[in-house]
Design a binder for this molecule. Sequence first.
Ligand code: HEC
Length: 361
Amino acid sequence: MTRRRRRALRLVSAALGFAIIGLVAGDGEAAPLRVCADPDNAPFTSADSREQGMYLELAELIADRMGTRVEPFFFRTDVGRRALRPTLVAGRCDMFIGLPHATDRGPGATIALTRPFLEVGYAVVAPPTFILRSLDDLDGMSVGVLFASTPQTLLSVRDRVRLTTFRSTEAALDALAERQIDAAFLWGPDAGYRAARRGLLGKFRITSVTGLNLRWRAAIGVRAADRSLRDHLDRVLAELEPAIPQLAAKYHFPLDAPVDLAPAGKRNPFRGDASAVAAGRTLFNTHCSHCHSPNAANPEPRTDLRRLSTRYGAHEDQVFYITVTQGRPTKGMPPWGPALDEDTIWKIKTFLESVQRSDAN
Ligand code: HEC
């Protein structure tokens, strides 16, 4: 493409940019794209202009295509918490990059999401001789995890894994480099980025994993009222599809095909066992009834466990097992993996099978 053509295209897309966003600054330039970003969340976002992070660099590419520039709105988030309300929802920025692309955002939601642009997830960092095929491969090993992370919940029920809990990815990688642990089960992009900085990439293999809530697709969130901006972003993201993995690779995000760790064929071993129904009812009324009602007779659809069969069909056991062991901490369902053993969990399930109904409400 000639320089003139490129410039002409730039102008056209600039015009489109502000026509669609509907914001024009005084001097006739498209208004900047205001992006909410944590100043200290490398490799995703950073206030360090030499290394802004994958998401802010993506924002630059997007803004460039829209003929404008990025204006970060920096705010600090607590660990793991995405503060949408005081930032995006309050109108202090136009977009928030890196939200999980969930399909269950119904009408009335305050945020609209773009198409997913990247998959991110956990990964296991271990010596190159270690091949990960399933969670069983970690048996007998000493594994580092971060405090309160999904891998911690997942591995704490496995007697044969020796767990060491760390406060930071750096601390876990240092312990791995010093051979204090055999492997580290960490958030992939963090692990890749920080392993690269420590010169560990050649010495350890990073294996991405999926299943069991260990991986999700990242999208960009805008205010629900800004659907035209969302549609514009969707088109730009489609154009940027080839550039995005390059950007992720620049920050050493693991881009390998993930190994699926979902326990295929997790099934209730007590199905149809009448004594397990009675035992399960008692266990249920001890551990679960204060949120799910005595004997599971719960009128609230969200916590009504008499509809698991209707809801999940063939995946019922799988969903039950994963939900109970890992919980849904952001939605008020605590993880039981550390507290209840497998037999207890499946006895409770056997009781619930005896009360399933399709017309419960
Ligand atoms: C502190 C309250 C609380 C306790 C105690 C609790 N749960 Fe839950 N549970 C919830 C909430 C809230 C949800 C709904 C989460 C959501 O909206 O996705 C839930 C959801 C579930 C689901 C998923 C339901 C579905 O249809 O997707 C299962 C299965 C479940 N709980 C099982 C249990 C079992 C078994 C126990 C006892 C070992 C238990 N829960 C104890 C609060 C609790």
